[in-house]
Structures are given as C-alpha cells and as structure tokens.
Design a protein around this ligand. Structure first.
Ligand SMILES: [Cu+2]
Length: 121
C-alpha cells in the first residue's frame, strides 16, 4: 500500500514537473539581433523558440524544422505579413521575413494550437 502511494506521489511530482518544463519551453525567447537566421523547431505543440526578438529593418530568415507529423503543424501563418508556408516533415524550410517595423507580429498554425510572436524592437 505504501509503495502504491509513493508511486502515486511520484507521478504527481512528474506531472507538475512536466507542466512546469512545458511552460518554460513555451516562453523561450530567442534574441537574434546579431544573426540573420534562426531555427525554430515545430514539435510537441510548441514552436521552439516561440518568441523571437529582432531589430527593426533587419532581415531575418526563419528555418522551420517540423518534427510533428500531425496536419495541425503543417502550415505556418504570419497573418500581418501575409506569409503562409507549408512545412515539410523532418526537413528545414526557410521563411524569409520582409524588413519589419517595430511592433509585435504573431505567427501560428491554422488552428492556432501552435503559436508564437515576433517582437521587433
Ligand atoms: Cu494547428
């Protein structure tokens, strides 16, 4: 009985830990001010990193690597930029962003399960 309780407790700790990790990943920020390209992995329901900051009027290429086979992950949209891309599975797909003005620009999959933000400073 004690052992079962301990296993239960262990599972609870694992679940809490997993969610905490998951949250930490979903808010991961990439500061790409000095680079002209960045890799974003599409896996487990999140873009990694999901938040990308860059400087105004600086060209940035985002290399999407989609590891999630579900159709949900297949399309990435940048609505304000009128960019829509179909991501091949387990391959790198480059999306070249136009020069951007200061502000925040969302990017997400068609149903917004995957979502991220570009922050232009
Ligand atoms: Cu989706």
């Amino acid at each position: 009985m004690l052992i079962i309780n301990l296993i239960g407790l262990g599972l609870i700790v694992l679940i809490v830990w997993w969610f905490w990790l998951y949250q930490a990943q979903s808010t991961q920020v990439s500061d790409e001010q000095d680079n002209s390209e960045i890799t974003v992995v599409v896996e487990d329901g999140i873009y990694q990193p999901a938040h990308i900051s860059l400087l105004e009027n600086k060209a940035l290429q985002i290399n999407f690597v989609r590891k999630d086979a579900s159709p949900c992950a297949a399309t990435v949209l940048f609505p304000e930029l009128e960019i829509s891309a179909d991501l091949p599975l387990n391959k790198t797909f480059a999306v070249q962003l136009p020069l951007l003005k200061k502000g925040e620009y969302a990017f997400h999959c068609q149903m917004k399960m995957y979502s991220g933000t570009l922050v232009v400073k």
